[in-house]
Design a protein around this ligand. Structure first.
Ligand code: ATP
Ligand code: MG
Length: 356
């Protein structure tokens, strides 16, 4: 049985539907990420779990107990927000002690617990500092320590890393994963950054317009997107138009016709054979003559440096634009306007029904 069970949750603001029938089951100790574009309902769901937002329909059950109408204080979940919201006039130690004082813990127990939390987040030497004397990452660690201090069973995190620069963000991601493993607390984490979601989560719930459109492990979502939205929003995939011919079992796109690959599911095709294809930019290579697979000629319209790799934009003969990510040595002699032969392994082609 699920530890956190969310059933048919619905929340509207006037005519805006923030949550449109959300179902989600979370296991105890799991790290689940809510991933989706701005306005898709991630914060509304988190606030509903915390008890600050009351859904109009549906229910939330934790460990067999219905908490749908329970006050936030009685739910007792840890909360970490984007802006950290530490008390500026309190020291680091007093910030972490604050929820414990509210809960009327004994003094000696508070002191011991604060020390334990400082060690957990690696801030033993900062106990007497004020928040403004800390870096952004250190402040965020204090916020996490404060949210975990009283031992909540669920920690709710709303884009807690989005204000940090890239390096700090990656080290905080590792830090959060370690904290998750060491504490065994159930984490519900919100982000709109797909790489962050992949890096952190046991499972990802993808949001679109107030609904969860796919739930699964990162690898599963990456390799088997169930809809055009998930394939495009997550992966940054190339999405292209193709057509399937039932008579000769071929698929045409980019100005050529190829045998349908073995994994192709003909039932996805529309009534005139129309189908949507997708390919990852890193799954297309440039051929210097040899190589089996799907080949098409294309004209280079842009080359841009992207750190460890090079990004190439090309136009296929049928006018569709395709993006490639290539190792730098593969693009050394390429110029804009050049014609290249692109090569794709048939197994790396994905297909979706046109109406998804
Ligand atoms: N208090 C409110 N009053 C009116 N509308 C609201 C309120 N809170 C949220 N909404 C609307 O509900 C929808 C979902 O908002 P929500 O904040 O949950 O999105 P989100 O996925 O967290 O987006 P973001 O990534 O931008 O934080 C949006 O259309 C938003 O405008
Ligand atoms: Mg939000």
């Amino acid at each position: 049985m699920a530890f956190l069970d969310i059933r048919k949750l619905r929340k509207t603001y006037g005519t805006a539907v923030a949550l449109d029938g959300i179902d989600l089951s979370v296991k105890e100790g799991e790290f689940v990420t809510l991933l989706g574009p701005s306005g898709s309902g991630k914060t509304t769901l988190l606030m509903s779990i915390a008890g600050f937002t009351r859904p109009e329909e549906g229910g939330i059950v934790v460990d067999g107990r219905d908490i749908t109408d329970m006050d936030p204080e009685d739910r007792d979940f840890g909360l970490v927000f984007q802006g950290y919201a530490l008390f500026p006039h309190l020291s680091v130690a007093d910030n972490i002690a604050f929820p414990l004082k509210v809960r009327k813990w004994e003094k000696a127990r508070i002191t011991a617990r604060v020390e334990e939390m400082l060690t957990l987040v690696g801030l033993e030497d900062y106990a007497s500092r004020k928040p403004r004397q800390l870096s952004g990452g250190q402040q965020q660690r204090v916020a996490i320590a404060r949210a975990l201090s009283y031992g909540p069973r669920i920690l709710l995190l709303d884009e807690p890393l989005s204000a940090l620069d890239r390096n700090l963000r990656e080290s905080m991601q590792r830090e959060l994963k370690r904290l998750h493993q060491e504490t065994g607390v159930t984490f519900i984490f919100v982000t709109h950054d797909q790489e962050e979601a992949y890096a952190m989560s046991d499972r990802i719930a993808v949001f679109q317009s107030g609904r969860i459109v796919q739930v699964g492990e990162p690898r599963e979502i990456y390799t088997h997107p169930k809809s055009l939205f998930v394939a495009g929003f997550l992966g940054g995939n190339n999405i292209f138009k193709a057509s399937y011919s039932l008579a000769d079992e071929t698929i045409s796109f980019f100005g050529s016709t190829y045998p349908a690959p073995p994994h192709f599911d003909a039932s996805l095709a529309g009534k005139d054979g129309e189908i949507i294809g997708w390919i990852r930019p890193e799954d297309i290579s440039i051929s210097d003559g040899d190589g089996d697979g799907i080949r098409f000629e294309a004209r280079v319209i842009d080359i841009s440096f992207a750190g460890a790799a090079e990004k190439l934009a090309v136009i296929a003969p049928d006018g569709q634009e395709v993006g490639l990510t290539l190792p730098m040595e593969a693009t050394r002699d390429l110029k804009r306007g050049a014609t290249v032969t692109c090569l794709v392994k048939p197994q790396n082609l994905g297909f979706l029904a046109p109406e998804t």
